[in-house]
Design a binder for this molecule. Sequence first.
Ligand code: AP5
Length: 231
Amino acid sequence: MQAICRSRVQIPPEAYFNSKGDKMNLIFLGPPGAGKGTIAQHIVNDLNIVQISTGDLLRAAVKEGSELGKKAKEFMDAGKLVTDELVINLLKERIEKDDCKNGFILDGFPRTIPQADALGESGVKIDKVINFKVEDDLVIHRITGRRTSKSTGKIYNIYPDCAPNPPEGHPEEDLLQRDDDKEEVVKKRLVQYREQTEPLIGYYQEKGLLADIDAAKQLDEIVADVKAVLE
Ligand code: AP5
C-alpha cells in the first residue's frame, strides 16, 4: 500500500515548506468534533494559506457521485476511515493546485501511520502539528448539534453552548444533519480515532512537531492559543 501511495504522490516544489518561514504547512490533529475545521477557518486568512479538509473532499466526491465517492460513502456512513490509497490520491490532487503555494492546513489528514508516512515520503515538510485535545463527551455533544445550511452550505450548531448558532428565525428545515453526525456513528468514529489516528500524536511528538491545544475552551481562546503556538 505504501509503495503504491508513494509512487503516486508527486508534490510540486512550490508546495514544499520554505525553511525561511514564509510558507506554513500545518496539520490539525484531533478527534471528530474537536473543532479542527472551525478553528482552521479562523486561521487561514491571517496566514494567507488554505484549509484542506479530506472530509470535505470526500463529501464533494460523494455528492458528485464519482466512483471514488461511491466507494468512500460506504466507509463514511459506517463511521470507518476511507482506505489510505483513496485518501492519499485525493490529497495529492488537491495539494497540486495553485492555491496551495503559500501553504496549507491539513484538516483531517493524515489519519493513519501509512498516510503520515506517505506525506513524509512525498517531500512535503510540515511546520507544526496542532493536537486538539478534548474529552469524548464534549465532542459527542458538539457533533450531534452540528447542522449544515442546505441553502448556503454554512455550518451552524443548534446547541446554545456551541458556536456559531444559526441566526434567529433561521428556518429549521434548511438545517441538515450529516449522516455520520448521528450519535451512534460518532461513537464509532471515536473508536476509529483512538485505534488508528491517536498513534500519530507520538509519531509527530518524536519528530518535535507536536503542540497540544486545550480544545475544550471557547473558540476565541483556542484561536489565540493556536496563533501563539505559530508565532
Ligand atoms: P471529517 O469531515 O474530517 O470529520 P472529522 O475529523 O471527524 O472532523 P469533524 O468535521 O467531525 O470535526 P472537527 O474537528 O472539524 O469539528 P468542527 O470544527 O466541525 O471526516 C468525515 C469522514 O471522512 C471520516 O469519518 C472518514 O470516514 C472520512 N475521512 C476524512 N478524512 C480521512 C482520512 N484522512 N483518511 C480516511 N478517512 C477519512 O466542530 C464540531 C462542532 O462543534 C461544530 O458545530 C462547531 O461549530 C462546534 N465547535 C467546535 N469547537 C467549538 C468550541 N470551542 N466552542 C463551541 N463550539 C465549538
